[in-house]
Design a protein around this ligand. Structure first.
Ligand SMILES: Cc1cc2nc3c(=O)[nH]c(=O)nc-3n(C[C@H](O)[C@H](O)[C@H](O)COP(=O)(O)OP(=O)(O)OC[C@H]3O[C@@H](n4cnc5c(N)ncnc54)[C@H](O)[C@@H]3O)c2cc1C
Length: 432
């Protein structure tokens, strides 16, 4: 019997981790990882390519708390990820009852975590007063977890892919223009992918880890077959980020600085975040405005949100309104105290969201041989060390039934009104 063959499209955290776990479990299988960007490229369009990302197990939900603790253990100990992990702590200035829920989750799981609900007055004194002047409007208590932190994102991603390649994964740099199908709705089989040069690459299992591009790729691949399209399951959305280099006298901050997140001010959208970036003597900020790019598909004429079709999703071409959004970060998180107002490298980071913010790790229900593993919903990066384990379990039909249901392609979609990370604006309305 011939060995199984796998094509993974997309080498963000979902694809990279899947490739690693796949080749570890099936060392003789043919595993091909395809991405439009080389994994050593200086910049990439992947949401997973970034200067840094927050690593935390502070979740409202116990399911993700448990998964994040599992991932965090590997961030702390495994040589693939440990060199890039920094346990600096995280301070959440939020209106929600996050602290209460997070502490209960850790208690219920019986894990010892250095987490506290602090008063505003106490928070002002922590970390050498870094948050003394933050915007605490209507804040009752602050979650401070000294056992959370951040990771050097692009380096950790590269380390994962390099390890997979060293173990035998083949990496191909190519744009996939279509997924290839044979048969009709009753007996459709996915047999491979087509690249922009017209090459067809075949395998028994095709796993799409294509992030924000997934809805577009499915519609491009089979415009006439609505049952293959993502529909309301996935929405491509984005947030703007930038780095702020620090001047000489601010650098002492970097040594002790935790990640800071603040819901205030509330008028513009979700939350602001600030992460230390010691290698560049800078902070990274993300903005509050979450937006989509709804356009008409050229063939189906249906409206769907997708990353802009210019080179690199036009990610470095940031409209003024979105730059202004990020510029509000220092005032919100640190109260402008001792901060540089110089911002560089504004970037729009495209992500795949689901209405419930749960991932999709599932067979596609309208086609055999096709699988979807993506939709980090603005929180997927931290799971890099374990995502592949669950994707491989899904492929083997061994995924825990509760996770299977939660991450299914076909599942009940909740209303998005209560999802504070659902996009509220259109890119075209923010441009110009
Ligand atoms: C601004 C921002 C901040 C975030 N911060 C955090 C954080 O602090 N902590 C955290 O845990 N999570 C965070 N996230 C979420 C996290 O980054 C994502 O959930 C995760 O990176 C998604 O991974 P992915 O593999 O699904 O997609 P991606 O990383 O986007 O990877 C998809 C890959 O598919 C490739 N691809 C797509 N289509 C094709 C094609 N047709 N042909 C070839 N290649 C293709 C792309 O080139 C890309 O490399 C953040 C997200 C954003 C947007």
């Amino acid at each position: 019997m011939s060995s199984p063959t796998y094509i993974i499209v997309g080498s963000g955290v979902f694809g990279a981790s899947t490739a690693l776990y796949m080749i570890r479990k099936y060392p003789h299988a043919s595993v091909t990882l395809i991405d439009r960007d080389n994994f050593t490229a200086a910049t990439r369009v992947a949401a997973s390519w970034d200067w840094n990302k927050v690593i935390r197990a502070d979740y409202n939900e116990i399911v993700y708390t448990k998964l994040a603790l599992e991932a965090q253990q590997l961030w702390r100990t495994d040589q693939i990820w440990q060199p890039f992990y920094h346990e600096s702590g995280v301070v959440y200035i939020t209106h929600s009852k996050l602290a209460e829920k997070v502490i209960k989750n850790f208690d219920d799981l019986g894990v010892k975590v250095d987490v506290r609900a602090c008063s505003v007055e106490e928070t002002r004194t922590l970390y050498d007063g870094a948050f003394a002047d933050a915007d605490y409007t209507n804040i009752k208590e602050v979650l401070v977890n000294r056992t959370s932190g951040w990771a050097e994102a692009k380096e950790a991603l590269q380390s994962t892919i390099q390890t997979a390649v060293d173990l035998g994964v083949k990496y191909i740099t190519a744009e996939v223009t279509a997924v290839e199908f044979v048969g009709g709705p009753e007996n459709r089989i996915c047999r491979g992918v087509k690249t922009s040069t017209g090459e067809i690459i075949t395998a028994d299992h095709i796993i799409l880890c294509t992030g924000a591009f997934t809805p577009r790729l499915l519609m491009d691949s089979a415009p006439e077959s609505a049952e293959l399209h993502a529909g309301s399951r996935i929405q491509a959305s984005a947030v703007t980020e930038a780095i702020a280099p620090l001047i000489e006298q601010q650098r002492s901050f970097l040594e002790t600085m935790p990640v800071g997140v603040n819901d205030n001010p509330t008028a513009n959208g979700c939350d602001y975040g600030c992460l230390p970036l010691p290698k560049l003597n800078a902070f990274k900020y993300w903005g509050q405005v979450i937006f989509r790019n709804t356009v008409e598909h050229p063939i189906t004429k249906e409206s769907l949100s997708m990353p802009p079709s210019g080179p690199n999703y036009n990610q470095w071409d940031v409209p003024l309104a979105l730059k202004e959004d990020v510029r509000g970060g220092p005032r919100s998180v640190l109260g402008n105290k001792n901060l540089s107002d110089r911002f560089e490298e504004f970037r729009i980071c495209w992500e795949a969201l689901t209405p419930s913010a749960d991932f999709i790790i599932s067979p596609h229900s309208a086609c055999s041989g096709l699988f979807i593993a993506t939709c980090g919903s603005f929180h997927g990066f931290k799971f890099l060390p374990i995502l592949g384990k669950y994707v491989v379990e899904m492929l083997a039909g061994e995924l825990d039934p509760n996770l299977q249901k939660r991450w299914a392609w076909d599942r009940e979609l909740p209303p998005t009104e209560d999802n504070k990370q659902w996009s509220t604006k259109e890119l075209k309305d923010l441009s110009g």
